[in-house]
Design a protein around this ligand. Structure first.
Ligand code: P53
Length: 474
């Protein structure tokens, strides 16, 4: 009963939110570097406001992140102390190919990750590597237009070949694109795309998505060729939509909203564009350049497992007047009157995780991997300087409990769980430091002040116990 014996407990980060060192080791500039905090952030990540270099008067939190580039050894030691079996991290593409279109990789960048992976193995930690978590070399955006351009597949393939060959034996678990559906909601952050006046944005986004889907299949093919032990996953920003009411129009809306996200995984896991998507694209006058070779590749090289993030469930309605009452986040949702929300308006719904797991497992019948989940909250040290984050423990205990139900009671096959931001890092949505997810506190504020010193929160020992008991003692 319970979780597998080899269940992969751990935590997750992304290069752009923790590494910093943006000019170190020959690293090139990336989209994530030039995204500032503040009121224009949303317009920038959604591709409406173009920012392609540093501008006067803005603060760019990714430049230094939490300085993990320099502190990864002591940070990984702390993960080891908690008993992590896995650590999810991402590769900063522009460390490996600073411009993106070079023929030869940058050795300093490759060495950095090699050292990092070796450090993980010292503690028996299996790296889980996201090949791209939102970042794209800036040169590829300026010269080629990011993922809107088919050439990107060539550059991504080159990156993948280098990674799979260099890290053979060090890395076994790979994710091709973080939250691949984010391309629809934050195209500059997700895929290096900004829009030109008057262009058909949906056309651009779906063509770019097609390029990513083909690149993902190609990566899966190469990963398996280089090492048959490699396991490749897709990654979805998941959470099922609930219909706001039993009005069939709301139910239908919910189903279509879900399909808007499943579309990507349907292609990556089942190997073809689903009928509903082809019909919708046709109806909306979106024409995709898609060759027979593309279709064969998609068919033959489907993913080994389904990974996803889950923070909050979503609500769909056909009633336009309710849609105005959105509750935080980049995903359109109506406020759910039955749920409490976080300080950032993300609704807290542990059962929703079990529902989402069941939906995904019913649909794909492949092992699942929860690679992000957690509570973004303000942590205030007490007089002794400790962080007593019982709210975080409550959130995680409830979600891990629901995940255990999905495994024990529903029979879902789950490979592992990595909580998001196991060490405090920069928020992707807002660029803030004060939206914290970690078991480890980092002394740094929204303006970039602070010593960067690490300290354990109350949840540190709690998670250590959860791992030691394989999720029995929450
Ligand atoms: P933050 C929303 C906005 C941006 C990225 O988000 C997101 C989401 C949530 O669906 O996706 C993931 O930092 C992402 C992480 C991110 C995390 O959610 O805005 O993969 O990079 O940090 C949490 O609180």
């Amino acid at each position: 009963m319970g979780f597998r014996k080899d269940f992969l407990w751990g935590g997750a980060t992304a290069a752009n939110q923790c590494e910093g060192g943006y000019q170190e080791g020959g690293r090139g500039l990336a989209n994530v570097d030039v995204i500032p905090t503040g009121s224009e952030r949303r317009a920038i990540i959604t591709g409406k406001r173009k920012m392609t270099s540093f501008e006067e008067g803005y603060y760019y939190p990714a430049q230094e992140g939490i300085d993990m580039y320099h502190q990864f050894k002591s940070d990984i030691a702390l993960f080891g102390e908690m008993g992590f079996k896995t650590y999810r991290l991402s590769i900063a593409w522009s460390r490996i190919f600073p411009q993106g279109d070079e023929l030869e990789p940058n050795e300093a960048g490759l060495q950095f990750y090699e050292d990092l992976f070796k450090e993980c193995h010292k503690y028996g930690i299996e790296p889980l590597v996201t090949i791209t978590h939102f970042d794209c070399p800036m040169h590829l955006i300026i010269k080629y237009g990011g993922w809107r351009n088919r050439e990107m597949i060539v550059f991504y393939e080159r990156l993948c070949r280098v990674l799979f060959n260099r890290y053979k034996g060090l890395v076994k678990y790979w994710l091709t694109f973080n939250e691949i559906n984010m391309i629809l909601h934050a195209p500059f952050l997700g895929a290096g795309i900004y829009f030109e006046e008057g262009e058909n944005e949906e056309q651009v986004k779906y063509q770019a998505a097609h390029h990513e889907l083909v690149a993902s299949a190609l990566a899966t093919k190469i990963a398996h060729e280089v090492d048959p032990n490699n396991q490749v996953g897709c990654m979805l920003a998941a959470a099922s939509y609930y219909p706001y009411s039993c009005n069939p129009a709301d139910v239908w809306e919910g189903k279509n909203k879900d399909r808007g996200n499943y579309f990507f995984i349907d292609v990556q896991s089942r190997g073809a564009y689903p009928a509903y998507a082809l019909k919708r694209l046709e109806r909306e006058g979106i024409h995709l350049e898609m060759s027979e070779e593309d279709q064969a590749l998609l068919k033959q090289h489907t993913v080994d497992f389904i990974s996803f993030s889950y923070y909050a469930s979503r609500v769909a309605t056909a009633d336009e007047s309710l849609l105005a009452k959105t509750a935080g986040n980049l995903f359109p949702t109506v406020k759910n009157p039955y749920l409490e929300a976080s300080e950032w308006g993300w609704q807290i719904d542990p059962l929703g995780l079990r529902i989402t797991m069941n939906d995904l497992y019913d649909r794909y019948q492949k092992p699942l991997f929860i690679v992000e989940n957690g509570l973004g909250a303000v942590d205030t040290p007490n007089e002794q300087g400790e962080i007593i984050d019982d709210y975080r423990i409550d959130y995680l205990a409830a979600h891990i409990g629901a995940m255990r139900d999905a495994v024990e009671l529903d029979g879902v096959d789950l490979l592992g769980y990595t909580s998001w931001g196991c060490i405090d890092l920069v928020s992707a949505g807002t660029g803030e430091m004060k939206k914290r997810y970690g078991f480890i506190y980092v002394d740094r504020d929204n303006q970039g002040n602070g010593t960067l010193k690490r300290s354990k929160k109350k949840s540190f020992d709690w998670y250590k116990k959860v791992i030691a008991t394989n999720g029995e003692d929450l």
